[in-house]
Design a protein around this ligand. Structure first.
Ligand code: FES
Length: 165
């Protein structure tokens, strides 16, 4: 997907909201635009954004890498993002994740064979006392799931198969 070719009007609209000397601030809406169609920001779009804003590709990529709502790879219908930061680790998230991987038959970063769920590790989701917890990102937006067990997670995945969260 090329931002410049496919969305030149929207790119111009976004840039018009920022003074020329502050155009680098348009990085977030441009990334949002780039991600809207395919669910992730591809390399071409990152290069284009860097060029448009006169910043480096590394700066663009670091923003994508920092925010859990931006993605640089394709995923399943739902991204299941489990917090594995230290406070959650102290509440047993490592074992939770290991067992969940075992139940799903995939590793972190992989997608279930039916294309439904991609399992990801993320940093603090601001629910440290409610670990294990994760957020799901999918067609219905973002949902938080706190104090989870593997059984409850598998039930949730069954519900997602039926189109309900
Ligand atoms: S450390 Fe996991 S939610 Fe804060």
């Amino acid at each position: 997907m090329s931002l410049v070719k496919n969305h030149s009007k929207e790119v111009k609209q976004i840039l018009s909201k920022y003074p020329p000397e502050g155009k680098r601030s348009a990085v977030m809406p441009l990334l949002y635009l780039a991600q809207r169609e395919e669910g992730y920001v591809n390399k071409t779009a990152m290069q284009e954004i860097a060029q448009i804003l006169e910043i480096t590709e590394t700066e663009v990529a670091s923003i994508v890498g920092f925010y859990t709502l931006y993605h640089d790879e394709k995923a399943g219908k739902y991204r299941m993002q489990v917090c594995t930061d230290l406070p959650c680790a102290l509440r047993g998230v490592d074992e939770f994740l290991q067992n969940l991987c075992g139940n799903l038959g995939i590793k972190v970063g992989e997608t279930t064979p039916d294309g439904l769920v991609t399992l990801e590790e993320v940093k603090c989701l601001a629910g440290c006392d409610k670990a294990p917890l994760f957020q799901t990102q999918g067609p219905d937006g973002i949902q938080y799931h706190e104090n989870m067990t593997v059984d409850k997670t598998m039930e949730l995945i069954e519900a997602l198969k039926g189109g309900k969260e």
